[in-house]
Design a protein around this ligand. Structure first.
Ligand code: G3I
Length: 367
């Protein structure tokens, strides 16, 4: 065993010896750490997962996954070299009142990542969704709103400075037709599009080492939305704004075709001098009446996962591939899309689907 891997294994063992509030009964598949995704990945390539908690989880009949589910934590530590808080760094969670921050879970995730030699993707600073009511309903002047955003970015990014590899600074700022979300997005609506550049500048001042990203869904292909990002980022970089990356979320569905031009699209952003990443990958499907996917669906799902990963691996600047949760037990998909699900790479009991094996063998093929 390589020394670095041995140390990682020991770190993992230490982390998992911490007692947890409650434990689930399922035992994850444990066929050795060298059969994990992170072990299979080529050097310097980060394979990540969202860390389940907050958001839709709060309405589900289970306790908080990250803090309560011990087998969940074991798989999270063993399989991944990058973690992204699914909801725990979003405004409504981390900044619930104007003068109060709630850093508890975000701190715990960053600590967990350090103990397990994982990097962290911060998510997210400027978005139209999951903002607290005090912000959305507050009657602030433009100057006040600007000061609120600046203070939030300085506080949150500053707190984790040096410990976040990539920040999704601006999330989902364009509609599918490539128009800025000028009505839904409070920041752009009230302060104008220039606020986006300011958000990047403030984040860069707070943590000069973090790579700062634009992140969105439905930008896997060359289309109106990804064209809008391409044009905006080109302009911002020409103006010296610290934008370092562009990421496609990768929420795909078997009901639609695979975006065959994903690699070509990522490459055009790479040619602007940007890092690229896949940040929220999952592949949902319409389930049969039984609720259990067919063999053919599982095969096709594995193929979609594998092709997304291959596209990223084929782009020199794409060094980070994150799935939006690794187990169906906690997936957001059935909560949002009625009749759909099975979108992740593991079943509820953490046993592995064909998609998991497709990811691992694709990674291993590039070591
Ligand atoms: O805030 C409302 C609350 O007022 C209402 O009473 C309650 C009733 O359903 O819903 C609450 O909203 C929930 C929200 O989180 C805020 O906590 C939604 O139901 C819940 O579905 C939502 O889930 C999160 C979602 O983002 C919100 O957009 C998911 O957990 C999270 O996985 C998902 O993640 C996003 C990424 O951040 C960005 N890209 C897309 C991805 C999937 O939607």
């Amino acid at each position: 065993m390589k020394p670095a891997r041995l140390i990682m294994t020991l770190f993992t063992a230490v982390t998992l010896s911490v007692p947890l509030a409650s434990t689930a009964s399922a035992a994850p598949e444990t066929d050795g750490h060298h059969h994990t995704l992170r072990w299979a990945a080529p050097k310097g390539f980060h394979i990540g997962s969202a860390v389940a908690g907050g958001g839709h989880h709060e309405e589900q009949p289970y306790p908080d996954p990250f803090t309560s589910d011990r087998p969940y934590r074991r798989v999270l530590a063993a399989e991944f070299s990058s973690v992204s808080p699914e909801n725990q760094m979003k405004w409504e969670y981390i900044h619930p009142e104007r003068n109060r921050y709630n850093f508890g879970t975000a701190d715990a995730i960053v600590r967990f990542a350090k103990q397990n030699r994982q990097v962290v993707r911060g998510h997210t600073l400027l978005w139209h969704s999951q903002n607290p009511e005090w912000l959305e309903q507050g009657k602030f002047t433009a100057d006040e709103l600007r000061a609120i955003l600046r203070e939030h970015i300085k506080t949150v990014v500053g707190r984790y400075a040096g410990r976040i590899q990539q920040w999704d600074v601006a999330n989902e700022i364009f509609t599918d037709s490539g128009a800025l979300r000028t009505t839904e997005n409070i920041w752009i609506r009230e302060l104008g599009p220039g606020i986006v550049a300011d958000a990047f500048r403030w984040a860069h001042q707070a943590d000069p080492k973090a790579k700062l990203f634009f992140n969105d869904y439905n930008v896997e292909s060359v289309n109106a939305k990804s064209d809008a990002y391409y044009a905006l980022i080109k302009d911002l970089r020409a103006a010296g704004v610290p934008v370092h990356g562009f990421s496609a979320q990768g929420h795909l569905s078997l009901d639609y075709g695979f975006p065959d031009d994903l690699e070509r699209n990522l490459k055009r952003f790479a040619s602007l001098g940007l890092e690229t990443a896949m940040t929220e990958v999952d592949v949902r499907m319409t389930l049969p009446a039984s609720g259990v996917p067919t063999e053919a669906q599982l095969r096709q799902q594995a193929d979609y996962y594998q092709r997304m990963l291959t596209a990223c691996l084929n782009v020199r600047t794409c060094r980070s591939f994150t799935i939006w949760g690794f187990t169906d037990k906690y997936s957001w998909v059935p909560v949002f899309f009625q009749g759909q699900g099975a979108a992740t790479v593991m079943w509820n009991d953490y046993t592995r689907k064909p998609a998991y094996h497709a990811l691992r063998s694709t990674l291993a093929g590039r070591r």
